[in-house]
Design a protein around this ligand. Sequence first.
Ligand code: NAD
Ligand code: AKB
Length: 318
Amino acid sequence: MKKILITGALGQIGSELTTFLRKRYGDKKVIASDIKPKLEGTIGQEGPFEHIDCLNAPEIYSAVKKYKIDTVFHLAAILSASGEKNPQLAWKVNINGLYNVLEIAREYQCAVFTPSSIAAFGPSTPKDSTPQETIQRPTTIYGLTKVTGELLCDYYYFKYKVDTRGVRFPGIISYLTLPGGGTTDYAVEIFYQALKYKKYTCFLDKNTSLDMMYIPDALKAAVNLMEADSSKLKHRNAYNITAESFTPAELAQEIKKYIPDFEMKYDIDPMRQAIADSWPNQLDDRAAREDWGWSPDYNLKAMTKDMIEKLKIKLRIA
Ligand code: NAD
Ligand code: AKB
């Protein structure tokens, strides 16, 4: 990876991936881009930033040519809850945006990292130890776009030898940038509300078990997969990865260890509950462990401790 372009770089994952990649490869080697304008004082200050709408192929072409890009981390997307509110936009951004990136990658021989999600599974998928290869019949438009995206990546690898790689991310928990309209967003919001007000009303039922991952593990996964020996990779659509699986009640219990008077209430949002109920409880990530050495560093306990420490500093709470 000599010159990297990140799409959707101002989002929850992109904002941290930009800094992570710049520390590893150099500020000028990593070009951040987003449809949103870069705000002064936010990410992207230390290196180049381009305005790129991934639906506008010439904007991607021109950045790839200008910077001689050889690797694209394609993160621009519409997430699950936002997708259900505007399915047409979700299809357009998630499918046409990826298609544009893959076409340019084919022409300019770029490697492409595209995240899939636990949302690529549905109610008929085995819920526990969800296998790497299994039934994928999601019921959200976001999930449909993730399955289609996985198949497109496979197709471009086998048909055109584009070096496509991907992971099925679980819900990502981070403290720098707020999540962008997903079903797992509660697991970030809860920390802000617990620290600021000592209470949180959760939109998912207390017993809803989902795969989750702390952002340092997500960044490590993306980079380790992209740096892995190509000949070892048996899957070109997306690898199952996970770090921890917990319910809102279990997360609240862990937070209480640091904020004893924290109170959790529940006011279930039927749309997001139905989405969460259609996703697995916990993925089987053995293929990622075997093929490229995947292994997470954070579990619920370690993640909660670090999130609280980092957010206290961010929110200036003693
Ligand atoms: P996000 O919503 O926080 O960020 C997405 C970014 O894409 C935003 O900054 C947005 O402005 C940008 N964007 C939207 N439309 C665009 C367009 N037309 N052109 C260019 N940019 C556009 O999302 P995220 O959480 O950072 O997710 C990044 C990727 O990881 C997505 O593919 C998502 O599906 C996947 N993923 C995320 C999670 C998670 O929990 N965050 C879990 C599984 C998979
Ligand atoms: C969402 O909830 O939509 C995302 C995801 C798991 O893909 N966080």
